[in-house]
Design a protein around this ligand. Structure first.
Ligand SMILES: CC(C)(COP(=O)(O)OP(=O)(O)OC[C@H]1O[C@@H](n2cnc3c(N)ncnc32)[C@H](O)[C@@H]1OP(=O)(O)O)[C@@H](O)C(=O)NCCC(=O)NCCS
Length: 207
């Protein structure tokens, strides 16, 4: 489905650049980027003017995407704003028709989403990530660039997978946990944990 050409994005950092590029590649366009950082107001990001502050009055019910990589920030803004959340998939992403993707989520170039995967709202599937069959991803997750999920994986709400992280089949990563860059998770991870390494182990326990 062709995207609207009057999308507003919330956030004007590096991640926002990739969201703008993704929207344009998918046939839509971004008309404004909103940010709370006053020093950015009036500047441009990929030709889009940055405005502010971010508020329900400014954004209204515009078609919008929260273009901020931080999962908790996306959740706060999703609860604050009343926008019409848009889902954007880059045309080079391969998304099986049986997969579902929630409102406000973005799927960047080269990603793959396999059959019967379910992706929540305001999720980020970063560049060239893969989500295999029957995975369930909650709202506000961020799957980092090149991260790989085997079949049947569950990522609970707010999970961050760092660049190149890998999750073995049927493993569940608990809510608001982080798997660090390059981590390989072969067993379930409890909520709120940070795990790193191969195989991944909690670094909280080591502190
Ligand atoms: C896991 C992570 C969140 C930890 O951050 P942190 O809490 O600030 O932890 P620190 O940098 O203080 O590191 C703590 C220890 O873990 C080690 N460590 C941190 N990240 C690691 C990783 N990915 N793999 C292996 N070891 C790691 C550090 O070397 C340090 O070890 P030490 O105590 O022996 O010195 C972070 O390092 C990381 O990997 N982030 C992923 C970012 C990413 O890929 N984002 C994608 C967005 S596009």
């Amino acid at each position: 489905m062709r995207l609207p050409d009057n999308i507003v994005i919330v956030g004007a950092g590096g991640h926002a650049k990739v969201v703008i590029a993704t929207v344009r590649a998918a046939g839509g366009d971004v008309v404004a980027a909103y940010d709370d950082d006053e020093s950015r107001w009036g500047q441009q990001i990929l030709g889009v003017t940055i405005k502010g502050p971010v508020s329900p009055g400014e954004i209204g019910s515009a078609p919008a995407i929260i273009a901020i990589g931080n999962n908790r920030a996306r959740k706060s803004l999703a609860e604050l704003l009343n926008a019409r959340w848009v889902t954007a998939c880059h045309p080079t992403a391969v998304v099986h028709p049986s997969a579902s993707i929630g409102a406000g989520s973005v799927v960047f170039a080269g990603s793959v989403i396999q059959p019967d995967a379910s992706i929540g709202a305001h999720a980020i599937l970063n560049t060239a990530s893969s989500v295999d069959h029957d995975c369930i991803l909650g709202d506000f997750v961020h799957v980092g660039p090149g991260a790989r999920l085997c079949g049947g994986v569950t990522l609970d709400e707010g999970v961050l997978l760092g660049v190149g992280a890998k999750i073995a089949p049927n493993v569940e990563i608990g809510p608001w946990s982080t798997a660090g860059a390059g981590a390989v998770c072969v067993v379930d991870v409890e909520g709120g944990a940070t795990v790193v390494g191969v195989p991944a182990r909690s670094i909280e326990a080591d502190k």
